[in-house]
Write a protein that binds this ligand. Structure first.
Ligand code: ADP
Ligand code: MG
Length: 326
């Protein structure tokens, strides 16, 4: 029902940036290699995500807007071994219940695209449309039917910067995918596909600031099934933004007190800097050692052995900093 979807919307749709995150994850799940975002009014008036992924077959289009109609989890075992980012089948119906949503999709191998519009949860009839293979989801007039929620949105520029933060976070975990972001028709972010080490470093520099790499330690360490790679900024880096801290666990962005503590402690232990370092770091570990299914919309994980993870991070970083950066 529309009401159930609006309740779900309270969980997944807080503001444009939370919608952007869901739509980007859907595009990535669909195997997109090129994703274009258009925003108007910081994403409140319009937020669209265009991809070149596998697309949705016409018969599945209306289904995609039904609750729990995910195409991604077939069995309980699937849920246990989640590898895709989205898996709840709630995002699209929730978004559609609080906006004017339009999907235009052409599945690979189909000659035509199909367009479907939903206004505040009421689904129209599918119509033929034109499009290259892939999917475009347009979300207009967010919370037009829930004024109480609309009041909680910030200025267009504040919402815009949250959207950009979401894009940066996703772009740093998906180097082979090209991303573009336009606000009111103006290109604000252009990230070409980064397929080799040089272009990956270029993407990191364009996100973290041009001086970052010259003032960062490159890390590539492995121990007992745990691997840590990425960049740790040194205190010599004069940062423009103070919040550029990106940590990924098996490619999923994570904020976790165990991680934050290990990073900060190793940094301060060697460099005697009582501050938060900037970083782009990737931790990889066997899936059975981490539970990512705690709350899909939040950047939380539960480590099976958080003490070991903490110590691995702390000792690895402390050693690298002492060797290269002290
Ligand atoms: P979930 O991602 O949890 O499955 P969503 O509500 O986000 O649920 O999406 C519902 C379904 O719609 C997906 O399972 C997928 O089959 C389809 N879908 C959504 N976005 C796209 C896209 N960009 N490309 C292809 N299929 C998509
Ligand atoms: Mg999804």
């Amino acid at each position: 029902s529309t009401l159930a979807n609006q309740i779900a919307a309270g969980e997944v749709v807080e503001r444009p940036a939370s919608i952007l995150k869901e739509l980007l994850e859907n595009s990535l799940d669909a195997g997109a290699t090129r994703i274009t975002i258009h925003l108007e009014g910081g994403g409140v008036d319009l937020l669209s995500v265009e991809d070149d992924g596998v697309g949705i077959f016409p018969v599945d289009l209306a289904l995609a807007l039904e609750r729990h109609a995910t195409s991604k989890v077939a069995t309980w075992e699937d849920l246990q071994a989640i590898h895709t980012m989205g898996f709840r089948g709630e995002a699209l119906p929730a978004i559609a219940s609080v906006s004017r949503l339009e999907i235009v999709s052409r599945a690979h191998g189909q000659k035509q695209a199909t367009r479907l519009q939903v206004t505040g949860g009421a689904t129209g009839a599918p119509e033929p449309s034109a499009r290259a293979p892939g999917t475009t989801v347009r979300v207009a007039d967010l919370f037009f039917n829930v004024p109480a929620r609309r009041k909680f949105l910030r200025s267009a520029s504040a919402e815009l910067s949250r959207n950009q933060k979401v894009l940066r976070q996703i772009a740093l975990a998906n180097f082979p995918v090209a991303f573009q972001l336009f606000q009111n028709g103006r290109a604000l972010v252009q990230l070409p596909a980064a397929l080799d080490a040089d272009s990956r470093a270029q993407r990191v520099a364009s996100i973290m600031g041009e001086g970052f790499l010259a003032n960062a330690l490159y890390i590539e360490q492995e121990d007992q099934g745990l691997s840590l790679s990425g960049w740790l900024g040194l205190p010599t880096y004069n940062r423009a933004r103070g919040d550029e801290q990106y940590f990924y666990v098996n490619s999923r962005p994570v904020r976790d007190p165990v991680i934050t503590h290990a990073l900060r402690a190793s940094y301060n232990d060697v460099l005697f800097q009582d501050r938060h370092p900037l970083y782009v770091l990737y931790l990889k570990l066997p899936p059975e050692r981490v539970d990512v299914n705690v709350h899909p919309a939040k950047a939380e994980v539960r480590f099976r052995d958080s003490r070991e993870i903490h110590d691995f991070l702390f000792h690895t970083l402390r050693r690298v900093i002492a060797e290269q950066g002290g």
